[in-house]
Design a protein around this ligand. Structure first.
Ligand code: FES
Length: 105
């Protein structure tokens, strides 16, 4: 993982699927230019938290790449990655797992 593509961030919703009412979008649309936001988080340990019946929360000095190994700037330090397949903003979670009644088991 290269340090120049590390995301910087400000607080992400730790569980975008837990809030009642309309689901907040987890952030701006992904872009392929990592930009200045990519420098933060370098050297921090990466943690991935599995939310029950919800997304994977990724924190720390991670680098997010698309299928062609191009960096995706998530625009924040913590991202929620969809694992239900229902999100309209993949790879990010948009809360659709609740409407889809996603169950991990
Ligand atoms: S895990 Fe939240 S939309 Fe898929």
């Amino acid at each position: 993982m290269s340090a120049e593509h590390r995301p910087e961030v400000s607080g992400a919703d730790p569980d975008p699927g837990s809030a009642p009412g309309p689901e907040p979008l987890p952030g701006p649309a992904p872009v392929l230019d990592p930009g200045p936001a990519a420098a933060a988080g370098a050297g921090e340990p990466v943690t991935i938290t599995v939310c029950p019946d919800g997304p994977l929360l990724v924190r720390g000095g991670y680098e997010l790449l698309d299928g062609d190994d191009r960096p995706i700037d998530p625009g924040r330090a913590t991202v929620a990655l969809c694992r239900c397949g229902a999100s309209s903003i993949k790879p990010f979670c948009d809360g659709s797992h609740k409407r889809a009644r996603f169950r991990a088991r």
